[in-house]
Write a protein that binds this ligand. Structure first.
Ligand SMILES: C[S@@+](CC[C@H](N)C(=O)[O-])C[C@H]1O[C@@H](n2cnc3c(N)ncnc32)[C@H](O)[C@@H]1O
Length: 247
């Protein structure tokens, strides 16, 4: 997303004094379909100006949150690295699935959307969103779950292993590292992602090469417990769930 546009979101949001919502927030649970998530996000992000509210609403058709939620343990403390507008944490809090959630991001304006959505779903007491210059500034935790969703392809290739390491260090022994990013497999799905990101960021992104995260995870005592390729619409997703070894 273009940084000037993101700054405009920040100026539009006043989380201290939210206007009454025009509609109540639909309830969601772990079995929610993308269509149900669309309705949930459209209501929860009612304070975010169009077209970003619409983009938040349609994101479940692009990003398979429904496939990520089952890997979050009930009552977990979760760190979402590169949380953007906080969709994952807002959803988890609305599902009453987590005890506490901390989101961090290098871009400040989407965090205003995140705070407003957290307030809308009544989760301002358990969700916090922090602007950081790098993941190294994020709360150290350790956390039951650290999530990193569609972040690394935005990080310059030379810095990716460091960003991954900083996130991995924040996972408790026995805890979960939930990684999802766009597929690097050659073909139309990778191209669709490149075009999509070019439209929104003017950046021709370089996806994370196949096998890279598995290598970095091994360096941080993270064992792969689930790996999946998830096709969705014209996009392709690589989901990897790691568990940190106890000792
Ligand atoms: C495509 S968005 C994904 C946002 C969110 N995870 C989601 O799934 O909706 C990528 C996010 O990664 C953030 N980001 C990029 N580099 C980062 C870094 N080094 N540390 C933390 N966040 C970063 C961007 O600012 C952006 O908000």
């Amino acid at each position: 997303m273009h940084s000037n546009i993101k700054r405009k979101i920040g100026r539009h949001l006043h989380t201290e004094m939210l206007a009454p919502a025009s509609a109540s927030i639909p309830s969601v649970d772990s079995a929610a379909t993308p269509a149900q998530l669309r309705r949930f996000f459209y209501a929860a992000y009612c304070d975010t100006p169009a077209p970003f509210r619409w983009l938040s609403a349609i994101r479940p058709y692009v990003c398979p949150y429904d496939k990520l939620v089952p890997f979050i343990r009930d009552d977990a403390e979760v760190l979402d690295v590169g949380c953007g507008a906080g969709s994952l944490l807002t959803l988890l809090a609305a599902m009453k699935k987590i005890r506490r959630g901390v989101g961090c991001d290098v871009m400040a304006p989407p965090l205003e959307s995140a705070r407003a959505a957290a307030q809308r779903v009544g989760a301002q007491g358990i969700l916090t969103f922090e602007h950081v210059r790098s993941v190294a500034e994020a709360p150290e935790g350790p956390f039951d779950v650290v999530a990193m969703v569609d972040v690394l392809h935005h990080v310059p290739p030379g810095s990716r292993s460091d960003v991954f390491a900083a996130a991995a260090q924040r996972v408790k022994p026995g805890g979960i590292f939930l990684y999802k990013d766009m597929t690097a497999r050659p073909g139309g799905r990778r191209l669709a992602h490149n075009i999509d990101d070019y439209i929104f960021t003017r950046e021709w992104v370089e996806q994370v090469p196949e096998g890279a995260v598995e290598t970095w995870a091994g360096d941080h005592r993270l064992a792969l417990v689930h790996g999946e390729f998830i096709p969705r619409l014209i996009y392709g997703h690589e989901l990897r769930v790691f568990q940190r070894l106890e000792h």
